[in-house]
Design a binder for this molecule. Structure first.
Ligand SMILES: [Fe+2]
Ligand SMILES: [Fe+2]
Length: 374
């Protein structure tokens, strides 16, 4: 790019000398002998450097450079001045009005070099400004992309979560059908699984757990005995005492249930709850399959065990009638700490205290999703 430099001096001889000096430089040289004329030229020509004398009629060099700074901030400003105006010129430098000061009489080579430096300085400032602009634009673009990306990720995550929930619900419905089929093997246990799910979820709510946990407890409760599908009907419906072999077969059902659910990745969190719903809180060998103790037993399993027991005790069996709530309360209290987690028993006692017979009403229609929203 060819540079244009404007010289302003009221002495024509000085302007002529400068023109002569710069004849062979790759520059366009403009000259003005008055400040107003200079401003007029700047308005018409793209100019990169202005060099002005200080003492001129009508408007001083410093005032001219102030105007230039205001109207054309990119133009590099310099003063060419005699020693007599030095204090003014130094003041101008200090106020940031000018890039360099050249003294009269000047050294030709120095003046040429200074003009070149001024042009380079101008180009450098332009380049820096351009780069800043590019950086700013890229930053904006990047921010924009980030915003869009965040939005998209949020949207996709939400969709995935919804799909996941849909699939989970669909699987639960399917496996619920299986659980109902299991209950139906024995006329006495019809509806058992669903009721255990309901009781367990009410317990979880009473214990103050959040929605997700309550839902997990419900699902695990409904599915807890799904492994009984593997137990022979004759064993399940046998009204008499079970032989050790038959009892061993029954004891397989938590593990079989876990195995049924294991391949369903959507129900991964349900599997351990089902596997351990017959562990005893004290870790004794009356619990199975792993004889876990206390906190080792998944909390939903501990909750389900209480719900399961209450449901079983308050239902008729071929070998006994349903127990009264008082008997249930006594049993729960008696085995609190050994078979049952005392915290779960306490929650059960609180619920029975408030709801009494209502808690075990057999015709309770239950919609977990409505129940959780409520
Ligand atoms: Fe069971
Ligand atoms: Fe059960």
């Amino acid at each position: 790019m060819q540079h244009t430099v404007l010289f302003v001096d009221d002495e024509i001889n000085i302007l002529k000398a400068i023109q002569r000096l710069l004849r062979n430089e790759p520059l366009q040289v403009l000259c003005a002998s008055r400040a107003q004329e200079a401003l007029g030229l700047l308005a018409q020509h793209a100019c990169q450097v202005v060099v002005t004398d200080q003492r001129m009629p009508e408007m001083s060099g410093v005032d001219l450079l102030s105007s230039v700074r205001e109207r054309h901030p990119d133009i590099v400003r310099m003063m060419l001045t005699g020693y007599t105006e030095m204090t003014i010129a130094v003041d101008a430098i200090n106020r940031g009005e000018i890039f360099r000061l050249i003294t009269k009489p000047w050294n030709d080579e120095e003046l040429k070099a200074t003009i070149r430096q001024a042009c380079d300085h101008h180009d450098l400032k332009q380049e820096i400004r351009r780069l800043n602009q590019v950086t700013r634009e890229q930053n904006f673009k990047l921010q924009d992309m980030n915003r869009n990306l965040e939005g998209k990720v949020r949207e996709r995550t939400k969709q995935l979560a919804e799909k996941h929930q849909e699939l989970r619900t669909a699987y639960v419905e399917t496996i619920k059908a299986l659980a109902e089929a299991v209950d139906a093997k024995d006329a006495y246990t019809r509806g058992h699984s669903e009721r255990v799910g309901v009781y367990a979820s009410k317990l979880a709510r009473e214990m103050g757990f959040p929605k997700e946990f309550i839902e997990r407890v419900y699902i695990a409760g409904v599915l807890h005995d799904v492994g009984k599908i593997g137990v022979r009907d004759a064993v399940i419906t046998k009204p008499d005492r079970l032989t050790p072999e038959e009892y061993a077969e029954i004891m397989e059902h938590p593990e079989v249930g876990a195995k049924i659910l294991e391949p369903v990745s959507f129900l991964a969190d349900i599997v351990p709850c089902v596997r351990h719903h017959h562990e005893w809180f004290d870790g004794s060998n009356r619990g199975y399959p792993h004889r876990l103790r206390g906190e080792q037993i998944p909390l939903p399993s501990r909750i389900i065990l209480v719900a399961d027991t209450v449901e079983a005790m308050t239902s008729d069996r071929p070998y006994r009638k349903a127990m009264s709530l008082d008997q249930v309360l006594r049993e729960l209290t008696k085995y609190s700490g050994s078979q049952f987690d005392p915290v779960c028993v306490d929650a059960m006692l609180r619920l029975l205290d408030v709801e009494a017979e209502g808690f075990i009403r057999k015709d309770q229609k239950f919609d977990i999703y409505a129940f959780i929203e409520g």
